[in-house]
Design a protein around this ligand. Structure first.
Ligand code: PLP
Length: 427
């Protein structure tokens, strides 16, 4: 294992309890956390305070695209921090301009606004849509059932899952949900107030469900016909996770009309900074100047430090062809998961996904799982933790694999062997 600098402090026996105690006393308990206290990471692995090693197939929920403690990220952070960490957006800086150009190059003609998180990137898209429809009194955004768009007030209003809204009513007005991958439902839901449709290319929190090519192409035509903005949330499924920069580029690959497809707005975050917080939204050229001076801002948006890291990540992904790795190794993992589903149908219902955004849906009733407040997905995840593998639950029945884009074949093999062990122990 490579040397860690500076060396982590010596592990004391009661470190787990003392950290738990600090949290219990001082941290708002809004997260359902697993009983693991992490101390450091190295590549595709993380280590807890007792020294136990986990293969991290969750990647910080699709964030750590180059794994942990990647020297290129450390180098970019150290190098840029010696020059300029932050200045106000009252001024221009080169890293922000260059990063915007790299994003535009990978999507299409348009412009980019930088934020700090995915929820905030989506907030920008909501404001873009409201500005677009303002003079005609249009403001309503249609989103999909089972979608997830963040935890701000507008984010939970946009999210098509009741569990995130409960207790925070009244909801921000102007959002309605329609079934995902159902073009006719979207058409039927359009009202005179509708201004935009927002979808994820691959629903993540909702359980790893890719949009169909017909749905994407149909929504584009529908939005053109009804003068609506087509907005996409690429926060989780973007940044080469599917094997292409954006999921729609993978889903529509090689299909007639696919190469011309573009949304009007697209949000991103998570892997864009590989763990350093940065979000962004891209706006297609005709609408790129809608948010003029004074209409939208954030103190930390596009700092030189965040942009230097994001630029370096683009460079590593391109030089090491990590898009191809996500596609090829992702295909291999999906095949293996499908093999498990066939071999153990009483435990695994199916496997699905694209590239390194994969979901394993567990069977409805697994006898070995205790009924109670812990979902099947959480109980299965606990079993994998015991075996030294991290995955991310999605809903009650699905576990997600969102590994770093530079995952190695032997690491994928190790992950599959452990998942197989967990599945077989339940069969
Ligand atoms: C599709 C999608 N949109 C938005 C968000 C919110 O991003 P953040 O947690 O950075 O605010 C998430 C987070 O999981 C997400 O998966």
């Amino acid at each position: 294992m490579k040397e860690i600098f500076p060396a982590p402090p010596a592990i004391v026996r009661n470190e787990y309890e003392s950290v738990r105690e600090l949290f219990a006393r001082n941290v708002v308990p809004s997260y359902g956390r697993f009983e693991i206290v992490l101390s450091h990471g190295d590549g595709s692995y993380v280590f807890d305070v007792a020294g136990k090693r986990y293969l991290d197939l969750g990647g910080g929920i699709a964030v750590n695209c180059l794994g942990h403690a990647h020297p290129a990220i450390t180098g970019a952070l150290v190098g840029q921090s010696k020059k300029l960490i932050h200045v106000s957006n009252l001024y221009f800086t080169e890293p922000q301009g260059r990063l915007a150009a790299e994003i535009v190059k990978r999507i299409g003609a348009g412009k980019v606004f930088f934020s700090n998180s995915g929820a905030e990137a989506n907030e920008g898209l909501f404001k873009l849509a409201r500005k677009f429809g303002h003079d005609e009194g249009r403001f309503e955004i249609l989103t999909a059932t089972n979608s997830f768009h963040g935890r701000t007030l507008a984010g939970i209003a946009a999210t098509g899952q009741d569990k995130v809204k409960k207790g925070f009513e009244p909801a921000v007005p102007g959002f309605r949900h329609v079934p995902f991958n159902d073009l006719e439902a979207a058409r039927a839901a359009i009202s005179p107030a509708t201004v935009a449709i927002l979808i994820e290319g691959v629903q993540g929190e909702g359980g790893v469900t890719p949009a169909t090519p017909e749905y994407l192409l149909g929504l584009r035509a529908l939005c053109d016909e009804k003068k609506l903005l087509l907005l996409m949330d690429g926060v989780q499924c973007g940044h080469y996770r599917t094997g292409k920069f954006q999921s729609f580029q993978r889903i529509l690959e090689g299909l007639p009309g696919g190469e011309k497809f573009l949304p009007d707005g697209l949000s991103m975050a998570k892997s864009l900074g590989g763990g350093f917080p940065i979000g962004a939204f891209w706006v297609r050229a005709p609408f790129a100047d809608l948010l003029g001076p004074g209409t939208h801002a954030t103190t930390f948006g596009g700092t030189p430090l965040a942009c230097a890291v994001a630029l370096k990540i683009f460079e590593v992904i391109e030089n090491e062809k990590l898009d191809e790795n996500a596609r090829k190794l992702g295909d291999w993992i999906l095949n293996e998961l499908n093999r498990l589903a066939e071999a153990c149908p009483t435990v695994v219902k199916n496997a699905r996904g694209l590239g390194f955004m994969l979901g394993l849906e567990l069977a409805e009733k697994i006898p070995a799982f205790a009924p109670g407040d812990k979902s099947a997905a959480v109980q299965f995840t606990n079993r994998l933790h015991a075996l030294g593998v991290m995955v991310i639950p999605a809903g009650t029945q699905v576990i997600r694999l969102l590994p770093p884009l530079n995952l190695k074949p032997q690491e994928a093999g190790e992950g599959i062997a452990k998942i197989e062990e967990a599945v077989k122990s339940l069969a």
